[in-house]
Design a protein around this ligand. Structure first.
Ligand code: P53
Length: 475
């Protein structure tokens, strides 16, 4: 069975990782603008400054790859590859610089109007992430972000402003990027918890408020335009038991439920799953969940499910004590001897994508989209200017084959937007040299370079893949 005729091939980016222009045309500073550059080892622990000091430090998001000014050129290149869809995020702080203003910033709204018009010129469908690690810093500073229920209202107002303004230009929306990072220690910052230490109860309360914000947006969006498709977005890290020892299998189930299923269950099924309720009870996590909240979660379920897929990991019941942990993963998972890793230690697993698609689909049976996937790698520019990224082509090829297999299994997969279709700033490390793109950007980790764009070998390959609707994967 082949890819459906109207399959959405494309690519994905996020504003804070590519736009730059961090304080232009009324934009406020987002949490991402406070992240200093890191390095290959910094994982998700980049330095985060409460007070930005541009004299002393380099903040990669401030300039990004300057797509704020170069979006026409970039979109023309996407169109050349034949993109049917482009996933981008809107910088919340262009629309509401502090997050709690009465009225939006017209210059910010106009900017995305122009960008959507440009996409429309080429018949490229926008897929908009409403919040992608871009909470207005002010909301964190003043309100502790989503810990304060007022932030639900600020988000609802922001989302509603976008829905009203772009109701005839955008059909596909995602409420929060990788919402399940909110169940992890480092997810605190994303939800605006950075002023002090927070208890686990507070972290889950903030996550709960994010769920409510998402549900309210879904409900409001469908009222504004019933044709809207509004989805959730999770970082899906597929987990295998390290051995078939029942203790390892059980531990895998437990870690997997909490990380991969909790958020999806709330957003797709509209209620907390039993294991989450027991976890809260057993750990004395007492959340403020009202009857009205429960009704909102039920009414605000998503239309489709999207996720990022980069790697899989193994779980063992003695996880905490093991020394064979994989680099670059966030779970203290252990290595899988059957898989290769990227230069950043992420375990590459194409067959795992087929397994994952089936796992998710059997649980929810709603349309799925893989909205991030790709290989962060060092690229070499040859003397003649070419970039022969055969390793990237190989990575994509094997993943596309498995998506096709999943479709053949009966999974309703509607689209694929590889991450960082144009080289951009890494979210984890702040590096530029961790490149994902089909399009090369001349920029280094310290912010030097012409910012000029060029086509990698994978650019021409992906163009052919799209042209043939996934039939021709030959190099
Ligand atoms: P970078 C970790 C694990 C899985 C997904 O990541 C992740 C992260 C965060 O590092 O985030 C997503 O840039 C995220 C993107 C991000 C992309 O994966 O660290 O949605 O913003 O750039 C790749 O290599």
């Amino acid at each position: 069975m082949s890819f459906p005729k109207n399959f959405l091939w494309g690519g994905a980016t996020a504003a804070n990782q590519c736009e730059g222009a961090w304080n232009v045309a009324g934009k406020g500073d987002s949490i991402s603008d406070h992240n200093r550059a890191g390095d290959r080892t910094s994982g998700t622990h980049r330095a985060f400054d409460l007070v930005i000091d541009t004299e002393k430090y380099y903040y990669p998001s401030h300039t990004g790859i300057d797509s704020y000014h170069r979006y026409k050129e970039d979109i023309a290149l996407f169109a050349e590859m034949g993109f049917k869809v482009y996933r981008l995020s809107i910088a919340w702080t262009r629309i509401f610089p502090n997050g709690d203003e009465e009225s939006p910033n017209e210059a910010g709204l106009q900017y995305y109007d122009d960008l959507f018009d440009e996409l429309n010129k080429y018949g490229i469908e926008p897929l908009v992430t409403i919040s992608h690690f871009e909470l207005p810093f002010h909301l964190g500073k003043k309100y502790d972000g989503f810990l304060d229920k007022r932030t639900i209202g600020f988000y609802e107002k922001y989302a509603t402003t976008l829905f009203e303004r772009y109701k005839d230009k955008v059909k596909y929306w995602l409420t929060f990027n990788e919402i399940n990072f909110g169940t992890m220690e480092h997810g605190k910052k994303i939800n605006g918890l950075f002023n002090r230490e927070y208890t686990e109860t507070e972290q889950y309360q903030a996550l709960h408020n994010v769920f409510i914000a998402s549900a309210k947006a879904v409900i409001a969006g469908h009222k504004i335009n019933p044709d809207f498709k509004i989805g959730c977005m999770l970082a899906y890290i597929t987990m295998y038991p390290k051995t078939c020892r029942p203790e390892d299998v059980l531990k895998t189930q437990q870690v997997n439920e909490k990380f991969n299923f909790l958020c999806g269950d709330v957003q797709v099924k509209g209620a907390y799953p039993y294991f989450a309720k027991r976890y809260f009870e057993k750990n004395n996590i007492q959340l403020d969940i009202t009857a009205e909240d429960k009704a909102l979660l039920k009414a605000g379920t998503v239309d489709y499910y999207t996720f990022s897929y980069y790697m899989t990991t193994c779980i063992a019941d003695d996880l905490d004590k093991r020394e064979d942990k994989t680099g670059g993963n966030l779970f203290g998972g252990v290595a899988n001897e059957y898989l290769e890793t990227s230069d950043w230690g992420w375990q590459i697993d194409p067959v795992g994508l087929r397994y994952t698609l089936n796992q998710i689909y059997s649980r929810y049976e709603v349309p799925l989209m893989v909205v991030e996937n790709g290989l962060g790698a060092f690229d070499q520019v040859e003397a003649d200017g070419t970039i022969n990224d055969d390793y990237r082509i190989d990575y994509f090829k094997r993943h596309i084959v498995e998506m096709n297999n999943a479709i053949d299994d009966g999974v309703d997969l509607i689209g694929y937007t590889p991450w960082g279709c144009i080289d951009l700033i890494s979210a984890g490390t702040g590096e530029m040299s961790k490149r994902y793109g089909f399009i090369y950007v001349d920029r280094d980790d310290e912010g030097n370079g012409s910012l000029e764009r060029s086509r990698k070998k994978s650019f021409y390959w992906y163009k052919k893949v799209i042209e043939s609707n996934g039939e021709d994967l030959s190099v």
